[in-house]
Design a protein around this ligand. Structure first.
Ligand code: FES
Ligand code: FES
Length: 166
């Protein structure tokens, strides 16, 4: 059995993450979230469930928001990925990160990377979403702490700031 496990073929996967080309050798069953966290050291993307329901693992793959626990690393080969680590510009937080800070959009912070990545995708598509649209967009992201009210306020505040900046 040990030999069989040791003999599992590994495949090279190369992705562009937050603008940088990164590679690793993975087993065919390796999930993208584990590749990001364990092989590339990008632990900002969280694992909050094993049922693909919580959204803590959301990243974008070729611009599409994706629960990275639902995709194999080999399926992402050649793709361009953005994770929460790619949002800040040096020591300057992204406006959505600032908004979560300003409006208390987090408590434990476990859901926050996924929330922010989903919110970013929404605001890129729709810079002035209604409260209902924000709630709809974040339906796939669960938070056990905040009751969601301050998360919605954070996204509204970020939208306002980003429209002002744009
Ligand atoms: S860890 Fe991916 S949805 Fe929960
Ligand atoms: S802030 Fe704790 S799960 Fe959302």
């Amino acid at each position: 059995m040990a030999d069989a496990i040791a003999g599992v073929a590994r495949t090279q996967v190369t992705v562009t993450v937050n603008g940088q080309e990164r590679s690793g050798n993975v087993e065919p069953r390796t999930l993208l979230v584990h590749f990001l966290r364990d092989d590339l050291g990008l632990t900002g993307t969280h694992v909050g469930c094993d049922t693909s329901q919580c959204g803590a693992c959301v990243v974008t793959v070729d611009g599409v928001t994706t629960k990275s626990c639902t995709k194999l690393a080999v399926q992402a080969d050649g793709c361009s990925i953005e994770t929460i680590e790619g949002l800040a510009d040096g020591t300057n937080y992204h406006p959505i990160q600032d908004a979560f800070w300003e409006k208390h959009g987090l408590q434990c912070g476990y859901c926050t990377p996924g929330m922010i990545m989903s919110a970013k995708a929404l605001l890129e598509r729709n810079p002035d979403p209604s409260e209902a649209e924000i709630r709809h967009e974040l339906e796939g992201n669960l938070c056990r702490c905040t009751g969601y009210q301050n998360i919605v306020k954070s996204v509204q505040y970020a939208a306002e700031k980003m429209r002002g900046a744009g």
